[in-house]
Design a protein around this ligand. Structure first.
Ligand SMILES: [Zn+2]
Length: 85
């Protein structure tokens, strides 16, 4: 997993669901340090308040050198990690 701090939450064009748009530099692989490639988007359920349930689409990135996938998450999910599924 990779946490990013420079992002926007925007509705997707195709279905209007919120996704994370990285506004900073392209994320690099935490194993080898090379730039990751976009693979697809995955839904992620999270809560910001008790009883609240939200779905956010996050990017799944691929390192072709390590052959591993890394999910890119906004940093507010790191602070609320216990609530994420
Ligand atoms: Zn790598």
């Amino acid at each position: 997993m990779i946490y990013i701090s420079d992002y926007e939450l925007k509705p997707r064009k195709k279905d209007g669901r919120l996704h994370v748009v990285n506004r900073g530099t392209e994320p690099v692989c935490p194993i080898c340090g090379r730039i990751l490639q976009y693979r697809d988007e995955r839904s992620r359920v999270y809560k910001r308040e008790v009883g609240e349930r939200n779905v956010l689409y996050v990017r799944r990135l691929y390192c072709r050198y390590c052959k591993t996938y890394h999910v890119e998450l906004p940093d507010f999910l790191e602070k609320n990690r216990q609530y994420t599924v």
